[in-house]
Design a binder for this molecule. Structure first.
Ligand code: 5GP
Length: 217
């Protein structure tokens, strides 16, 4: 039998979890260490926090700019979270998936629900959704307090939202019960590795198809 070269379609990895679950770190670290994976930078109307860079952490937009882009259909999904708009630009996702690169995105439960409902079969096939769950209320409080970048009111709002978000863990195909950074990263990487091996993500490369038809195979 002649050698068959297989090409893989990219995964769209949607990661949600409450504030402090480490979901952004997991996505950023994985895409930083793995050359086939990219992080989809979101757009938001929230103010830039100290240490954040426009275009790296987020594309920071005015509400007006965000809304006009939404009207023009530039977002794959968007939602209001903690009083601000957050959205994933189509341009950050579709070209990568089509080129066989995996896209990691850290979005809230509303955004994940919108992606699940997306009518494009390419999105449905690419989708891998993962929830990062904190083992209990105490851990949630600890992790929110550790961050220290928010005022008490913001922490209270995030706590309420976190409790609400946690209720949605079973909507996701995978749930990682957060332990420590290294264990979480190993589990997260294992899920992506497994998903990459699914046969339905593989197809003979264009070269293989051309060679086989030349040889009349
Ligand atoms: P933060 O302001 O702490 O960076 O993010 C707040 C929340 O917004 C997090 O739950 C995060 O997952 C969510 N988020 C970030 N980007 C997006 C996005 O593009 N779409 C949606 N729906 N949520 C997002």
């Amino acid at each position: 039998m002649s050698h068959l070269e297989l090409q893989r379609r990219g995964i769209l990895c949607v990661v949600s979890g409450p504030s402090g679950s480490g979901k952004t770190t997991l996505c950023r670290r994985f895409s930083g260490e793995d050359s086939s994976a990219v992080y989809a930078t979101s757009a938001t109307t929230r103010a830039l926090r100290e240490g954040e860079k426009d275009g790296e952490d987020y594309f920071f937009l005015s509400r007006e700019d965000f809304e006009s882009r939404a009207t023009r259909g530039e977002f794959l999904e968007y939602a209001e979270v903690h009083g601000n708009l957050y959205g994933t630009l189509k341009s950050e996702v579709l070209t990568h998936i089509n080129a066989g690169r995996d896209v990691l995105m850290d979005i809230d439960v509303q955004g994940a629900a919108l992606i699940r409902k997306n009518p494009d079969p390419a999105i449905a096939e690419a989708l891998v959704d993962i929830f990062i769950l904190l083992p209990g209320e105490e851990e949630l409080l600890n992790r929110l307090a550790v961050r220290g970048t928010e005022t008490d009111d913001q922490v209270e709002l995030r706590l309420q939202n976190a409790r609400e978000e946690m209720r949605h863990w079973s909507d996701y195909h995978y749930t990682v019960i957060s332990a420590d950074k290294e264990t979480d990263f190993a589990t997260f990487s294992a899920i992506i590795t497994g998903e990459r091996c699914r046969s339905n993500r593989l197809a003979p490369s264009q070269e293989t198809v051309a060679k086989h038809s030349e040889l009349g195979l």
